[in-house]
Design a binder for this molecule. Structure first.
Ligand code: ADP
Ligand code: ASP
Ligand code: MG
Length: 367
């Protein structure tokens, strides 16, 4: 067993970091080996690892739910089982693989039963299997190769009000989480899932594991959250669709939230909520980095000084203009808001963002 890296200083030893690995980072044996190396190089035992379902498992579970409506899902279940047990036997030693395969079998029996009889009632329990399997597998592998670890089902401690607003019962969840964290063991926690106040399984919505990661950070008072994914940061547009999209290296919370509002999928507005909570005693920063290229500097989101704020002007929309004037401050701002309906405005600092086509009209208005 190789050991996790020793902390560089005493302070660092106590600072908790959350590392979240998305489905794309856990898609196959090779990806999982990469994740293992990232954990070995970046984690302390008191950190928290949050995982999504491996690869497209959640999509697969959704398709099973659709099939259940029409009746025949036998072949698809067999395929899912084969996929998961191949992954298990590819990466674990024989003894551990046997143990996990037995647990998987039990789950498959349960899944089949729910799909055959009551899939509407158990929809979320069915969707939860992806994250459950993923956490179990990574934790077993860590135990085998890197450090002591325990897998935690977030439904055992994370309580939200309902799936619509997904507001966390912070005090209860935090107290319950403490009872599951084991000293000297790296916790691997399921993303995406939680329970409501009645104890019924809830999901946090598609891509919800990112939100899970920031929730965990707020529950344990972490200083950093890293979302390890398959792109090396947040870009001005989806880099797979827009090849010349620009990487955004540092984003102040406010701007990041605004990007989320404008439709950036990596920055869903909910993901940032636990980190911008004024009651947090410190600033927790969010990093987006690539598990395929961990050395590349990704994007950092957080509370920065004034200079960092000024260098930012990119959003998900094109051809925008950031303008600053004393005429955009306070009472005088009402007129510019009415006249130009800016995409966003900061009337304390005197900034507005408008479409480039409005530039001439705005200059005339200012003149
Ligand atoms: P994960 O499996 O790690 O949760 P996701 O697939 O949910 O990853 O999100 C990462 C994907 O988001 C990238 O592969 C990329 O194609 C897409 N994406 C869309 N918009 C952006 C953007 N503005 N910047 C970076 N990635 C983006
Ligand atoms: N597995 C869930 C999904 O595919 C959650 C996540 O990946 O964040 O949406
Ligand atoms: Mg995602």
């Amino acid at each position: 067993m190789t050991e996790l890296q020793a902390p560089k200083n005493k302070l660092e030893k106590h600072a908790i970091n959350v590392h979240k690995f998305g489905g794309s980072s856990l898609a196959n044996a090779q990806c999982i080996e990469r994740v293992l190396e990232i954990i070995r190089q970046n984690c302390q035992l008191n950190d928290i690892v949050v995982v999504s379902a491996n690869g497209k498992t959640t999509d697969y579970l959704f398709s099973l739910l659709n099939l259940a409506e029409d009746g025949d899902f036998t072949e698809s279940i067999a395929e899912l089982q084969a996929q998961q047990s191949t992954l298990i036997s590819e990466i674990l030693n024989e003894k551990n693989a046997k143990q996990l395969t037995q647990l998987l079998l039990k789950d498959i029996v349960q899944l089949t039963q729910w799909l055959s009889s009551d899939f509407i009632h158990h929809r979320n329990d069915i969707l939860a299997f992806g994250e459950l399997w993923s956490a179990r597998l990574l934790s077993a592998l860590l135990n085998e190769k890197i450090c002591p670890s325990n897998a935690i089902d977030a439904r055992d401690f994370l309580v939200i009000d309902n799936e619509q607003s997904c507001t966390v019962d912070h005090a209860l969840s935090s107290a319950q989480l403490k009872t599951h964290l084991q000293f000297g063991k790296l916790a691997v926690i399921t993303g995406y899932i939680s329970q409501d106040t009645r104890g019924i399984t809830c999901t946090l919505g598609r891509n919800g594991s990112d939100y899970s990661a920031t929730i965990m950070a707020s529950l344990v008072g972490a200083f950093n959250v890293t979302l390890w994914t398959d792109v090396d940061g947040i870009y001005s547009a989806d880099p797979r669709v827009v090849p010349n999209a620009r990487k955004l290296h540092r984003l102040p919370n406010g701007v990041a939230k605004e990007l989320g509002r404008l439709g950036n999928p990596v920055l869903h507005a909910k993901t940032l909520t636990p980190l911008v909570n004024e009651s947090l005693s410190h600033h927790c920063h969010l990093h987006v980095a690539s598990s395929f290229d961990p050395q590349v500097q990704g994007t950092e989101i957080g509370k920065f000084g004034h200079i960092a704020k000024q260098e930012l002007s990119v959003t998900y929309l094109n051809d925008l203009l950031l303008a600053q004037s004393a005429s955009f401050i306070g009472d005088k701002a009402a007129q510019v808001l009415k006249e130009f309906s800016p995409i966003c405005a900061d009337i304390q600092q005197g900034f507005v963002v408008i479409n480039q086509s409005q530039q001439k009209a705005l200059s005339q208005w200012l003149a």
